[in-house]
Design a protein around this ligand. Structure first.
Ligand SMILES: CC(C)(COP(=O)(O)OP(=O)(O)OC[C@H]1O[C@@H](n2cnc3c(N)ncnc32)[C@H](O)[C@@H]1OP(=O)(O)O)[C@@H](O)C(=O)NCCC(=O)NCCS
Length: 167
């Protein structure tokens, strides 16, 4: 697959994209965000929205933004000794969706790898230790396959935080 990753261009129109779950639910608001809020978040620098195309066809998107993770969420051993800071710098993957027609072809995994590479690049220049995201319990196996670890704190409302250390 010839995948291209580019930040959203303001004014771009997208048709026939469906980021809902297989049962048409949208528990993490992946579909509704893309349809209603992407431009506002992108242009006000609340999230950077990235579009993934296969050749010229849009098939997936994700968002990133600066964030941090409380050390209480991390496994024992992740804390840096001789420091007092309670939060570590992290890039947040706020949303990620692959269009229904293109799922189970390895695109989600490639998106995770791209996000990790992008975050490492930024992290080496401005200091960032983790890449993080919040997801539903049924997505844990998907993210684990891309090297994410479930956070220690108990899930709330069927949701869980996950993190991956950047190198
Ligand atoms: C979750 C989502 C991004 C996965 O994208 P995808 O392109 O289908 O995923 P991939 O094909 O790259 O899957 C990578 C691996 O994870 C597995 N996987 C994919 N979706 C899974 C799921 N829902 N549960 C468990 N495993 C899953 C695949 O079988 C594959 O395993 P393999 O490497 O052993 O073959 C996509 O289903 C989606 O957009 N869902 C709706 C929106 C959503 O839930 N976004 C994430 C919310 S935080």
């Amino acid at each position: 697959m010839d995948l291209r990753f580019k930040p959203l261009q303001l004014g771009e129109k997208f048709q026939n994209l469906d980021f809902r779950e297989e049962d048409n639910s949208d528990p993490m608001e992946i579909d509704s965000f893309f349809k209603n809020e992407r431009e506002t978040y992108h242009k006000n620098n609340l999230s950077r929205v990235w579009i993934i195309r296969e050749k010229d066809t849009p098939i997936a998107y994700f968002t990133t933004s600066m964030n941090s993770i409380e050390i209480d969420f991390l496994s024992t051993g992740e804390q840096v000794s001789d420091t007092t800071t309670k939060r570590y710098p992290a890039v947040l993957i706020g949303r990620m969706g692959v269009d229904k027609k293109y799922r189970k072809k390895g695109i989600g995994k490639k998106v995770c790898n791209f996000c990790t590479g992008l975050s490492s690049f930024i992290g080496q220049r401005i200091a960032c230790r983790y890449i993080i995201l919040e997801t539903t319990l049924n997505k844990i196996p998907f993210y684990e396959k891309s090297g994410f670890i479930k956070a220690e704190k108990l899930p709330r409302k069927n949701k869980v935080w996950m993190y991956r250390k950047l190198v």
